[in-house]
Design a protein around this ligand. Structure first.
Ligand code: SF4
Length: 688
């Protein structure tokens, strides 16, 4: 076997280490890295079949303007000129970047620096907004900073796992294997999910709650803990600020019976969960899109952080709330300010932070305030307020909610640039300029996984055609816009070192943001970098949080009323992933073995709903929502709650004539985080 190169899986936020042995011009053998702390040699089906996805089929290999191949110089000159002209004529707020959790940290850093420090706008947002921005907002409110206060080692120490809105067995399989191993040693597993998923099938207790009732469930549990003396008054007294009316407000309508009624579960089952939680100090609560992708996502996150803070189950082995991220580098993007609402190095837009970052960058025009978040950004494109848009490594024409309106917006935008590895995506169809980006296996840089472990992605193959890394493309545009010195990067290590220096620049008080000095070595150190955890192994172990007074915060959150179904929309639509597919299948769609698991998009529904709507198992049906319609094959599913539908997110115009799920959700967002509420869309269904 050829010498193995240590790299990191391209897919989810588990961030598994890989040993990749190149066996030919475009072929590679993939094995799990036994020395990587995230996976210890294991890989799931997607990671195992990565080698089948590295061919050049469908790749964008040359810059293109209006569908014709051009030189890099011509394409870059045009992008720089059009952005400069637009800014000169309409101001910095008239341009935007929409980027991706697929970018490496170095790519993210350069794009963020160009937009926020040099163009002078914060109109750079990321598809991570669709994934975990409510977790970010919840962490900020509770802890004073965006830190995930858990690690994978906590999974090895927990006695109770509470999985909320997460089909972990399918979506984070290696994390799930670790949970199962602990359960085989006696730990308990509770799954809170409207669907009886594969994860729920194996749980000690499954609470199939009504979608959107999570706050009622968690508030009821906190009230139960208070009544049964489980609240850790000493911890609260020493480390947590509790609003004066917090307990009074919690006491109103959050008894077990009320919670059971709102959640639509048996009170006996809810009591079982509450008793289990109360009796088990070493509890890890893992949450994912069922919590985050909600118009009450931030409140739902804080209902969970409240529980852990109030019971002192944080900063200790096997006790923490744990946001498990979707994408491979959502966390790295958070570190370098890839969200419109943050600056680099986890700083905010306070005058002092802005001035400091501006000094460090020697930036001419610093963004003064947060920029447009994803849904607002595409609305601004549609309304003509954004006149030049650069989309990097993502496919918003499919993945944004209300995708029909996003397509109309892209179609009407005067100047759209798309840098991508794929020649024809639903979004590149709207691009005036297409720029060929380097893919996994060709690019070099770092990613940060869900438990803050930073790992290297390494190139396995030479760059094909004229593809270039994203950081290179952005810096070449920046240099053509006139900022040569500030973007004089020759390789990703140059950017990494700058990012490390910024993490400590005028930031001596930062305990967790700082990247270690050892990480700032020369090129050889960067090339040899081993996985290491950013932010320490156990944040908050000392009970000090990053608020001004050092105390965490309990946040009063109340369950929002859940509207009853309307006659026109008698069903509730939820969305999610399949085990063996990733996003819009541009990569996993290349691996035939992965298609075998689910060959077409299904609408899962309870058999009683099928009978009620005249739909037999296997029938072709049209799902309608206020936003759009799409076709699916009906799959009867006993694990589906009556009155609710489930559809996958992966299929697109390119991959099927149906299953275009992005057309269906409403563009409603959480008011704090701006994350779209993909779940709970009113829907109807009919035979085609
Ligand atoms: Fe890749 Fe995620 Fe599977 Fe690990 S769990 S191999 S990171 S897809």
């Amino acid at each position: 076997m050829a010498k193995a190169i240590r790299t990191t899986c391209a897919y989810c936020g588990v961030g598994c280490g890989i040993r990749a042995a190149v066996t030919g011009a475009r072929s590679v053998e993939i094995l799990g890295d036994p020395d990587h702390p995230a996976n210890r040699g294991r890989l799931c089906s997607k990671g195992t079949h990565l080698g089948e996805t590295v061919g050049l089929q469908g790749r964008l290999l040359y810059p293109m303007i209006a569908g014709r191949r051009v030189s890099w110089d011509k394409a870059l000159d045009l992008v720089a000129r059009r952005f400069k002209e637009t800014i000169a004529r309409h101001g910095p707020g008239s341009v935007a970047f929409y980027v991706s959790g697929q970018l490496l940290t170095e790519d993210y850093y350069v794009a963020n620096k160009l937009m926020k420090g040099f163009i002078g706008s914060a109109n750079i947002d990321t598809n991570s907004r669709l994934c975990m921005s409510s977790a970010v907002a919840g962490h900020m409110r509770a802890f004073g900073e965006d830190v995930v206060p858990a690690t994978y080692e906590d999974l090895d120490a927990a006695d109770l796992f509470v999985l909320v809105g997460s089909n972990t067995a399918w979506c984070h399989p290696i994390v799930y294997q670790r949970i199962r191993a602990r359960c085989e040693a006696g730990a308990k597993l509770v799954v809170i999910d409207p669907r009886r998923t594969e994860t729920a099938e194996e749980a000690d207790l499954h609470l199939a709650i009504r979608p959107g009732s999570d706050v009622a469930l968690m508030n009821g549990l906190l009230q139960y803990c208070r009544e049964t003396g489980i609240v850790d008054e000493a911890y609260l007294g020493a480390h947590v600020a509790v609003p004066a009316d917090f307990w009074d407000r919690l006491g109103e309508g959050n008894d077990l019976w009320s919670a059971a009624r709102i959640c639509d579960v048996a009170a006996a089952d809810l009591r079982h969960f509450y008793e289990l939680f109360a009796a088990t100090p070493r509890t890890v609560t893992l949450f994912s899109q069922g919590i985050n992708q909600s118009t009450a996502g931030t409140d739902q996150v804080n209902a969970i952080t409240n529980l852990h803070l109030a019971t002192g189950r944080i900063g200790k082995p096997g006790a923490a709330p744990f946001s498990i991220t979707g994408q491979p580098n959502a966390m790295g993007g958070r570190e370098v300010g890839g969200l419109a609402s943050t600056l680099a190095a986890h700083r905010d837009f306070a005058a002092e932070s802005r001035a400091s970052v501006q000094r460090f960058w020697a930036a001419p025009t610093m963004a003064e305030k947060p920029g447009l978040k994803a849904v607002d950004m595409f609305r601004a494109v549609g309304e003509g307020r954004i006149k030049a848009l650069w989309v990097m490594a993502t496919n918003p024409a499919v993945s944004m909610p209300d995708a029909n309106r996003v397509r109309e917006a892209l179609g009407g935008c005067p100047f759209v640039v798309v840098s991508d590895v794929v020649e024809k995506t639903d979004t590149t169809a709207f691009a005036h300029v297409r720029l060929p980006a380097a893919a996994w296996g060709e690019k070099d840089g770092t990613v940060t996984n869900s438990d803050r472990t930073i790992s290297r992605q390494r190139a396995l193959f030479p760059l094909p055609g004229e593809a270039r890394p994203d950081w290179w493309i952005v810096k070449e545009v920046a240099r053509r816009m006139g900022w040569k010195t500030a973007f004089a990067y020759d390789r990703p290590a140059d950017i990494w070192r700058e990012h490390c220096r910024l993490s400590t620049y005028e930031n001596e008080g930062a305990r967790r943001f700082a990247l270690p000095g050892a990480a700032q070595g020369g090129n050889a150190a960067y090339d040899a970098m081993l996985p290491f955890r950013w932010g320490g192994d156990r944040p908050f172990a000392d009970g000090r949080f990053s608020t001004e007074d050092g105390r965490a915060r309990l946040i009063s959150v109340a369950q929002k009323p859940l509207a009853d179904p309307l006659a026109k929309w008698p069903l509730t639509l939820n969305t999610g992933r399949y085990r063996d597919q990733w996003h819009s299948m541009t990569r996993t769609g290349l691996a035939p073995k992965l298609a075998r698991h689910r060959e077409e998009p299904l609408v899962e529904m309870h058999p009683s709903d099928g009978a009620r709507h005249g739909l037999s198992n296997g029938a072709l049906a049209r799902v309608d929502t206020p936003q759009g319609e799409s076709l699916y094959r009906v799959a009867y599913c006993e694990g589906q709650r009556a009155g609710e539908l489930f559809v996958p997110i992966h299929w697109t115009d390119r991959t099927a004539s149906g299953g275009r799920t992005g057309l269906l959700p409403r563009p409603l967002v959480d008011p704090v985080s701006g994350q779209p509420g993909f779940k709970r869309t009113p829907a109807s269904i009919a035979l085609v």
